[in-house]
Write a protein that binds this ligand. Sequence first.
Ligand SMILES: Cc1cc2nc3c(=O)[nH]c(=O)nc-3n(C[C@H](O)[C@H](O)[C@H](O)COP(=O)(O)O)c2cc1C
Length: 213
Amino acid sequence: MSAELARLRVDYAGQDLDERTVHPDPFQQFRTWLDQALASNLKEPNAMALATATREGVPSCRMVLLKGFDPRGFVFFTNYSSSKGLELEQNPRAALTFYWAELERQVRVTGPVERVSARESDDYFAVRPPLARLGAAASPQSQVIPGRAWLKQRVESLQALHSDGDIPRPDDWGGYRVCPASFEFWQGRRNRLHDRILYTGEATAWSIVRLSP
Ligand SMILES: Cc1cc2nc3c(=O)[nH]c(=O)nc-3n(C[C@H](O)[C@H](O)[C@H](O)COP(=O)(O)O)c2cc1C
């Protein structure tokens, strides 16, 4: 135990969250919190931890960026051949966690995962800045590579190949959608008596309960 870490303690004193007044639709509740996070000048309010697991249940977790949110679910983009991509092909379920420290809020989402349509991936790839498109196309994400110079060389070769700046979306790059089966909204409160509101269910039939902090 580190004494320095043990001493760290924050008492949350901001807002509250009540199962009687939350929105009956968790998508609307998330929209409200996301809008507040977006309006609060946070760094990367759309960053979320994404947990996946192999077929055998070995977990892994990393940050990704939320790029789409609607009644179908939460969309992020990545390389389909990456470690997460391979795990999602084997075991198409995931958990997401948002943490907005300044708002003393956490949101957890779980659910099955599907690929977005090729059209949706094309549309998002097309609006990425040219250098981000090049970077995505050049990087065999999660593979061992000989060094940074090798990657730079791949970018330069691709740049030369597509001198018109029109970099096509690689087949193994695109979006995934996490389709929520549960949402948990966590609001920090005084003396560790935090509010936790859990929604489970689907579409029009969500059940709402309070969990002990
Ligand atoms: C704030 C932040 C946002 C990130 N966003 C993405 C993203 O949207 N897509 C992505 O593929 N990787 C993103 N990354 C990199 C991933 O965390 C990870 O390193 C990469 O996707 C490889 O993960 P994997 O080997 O588990 O597949 C982000 C990293 C950080 C720190």
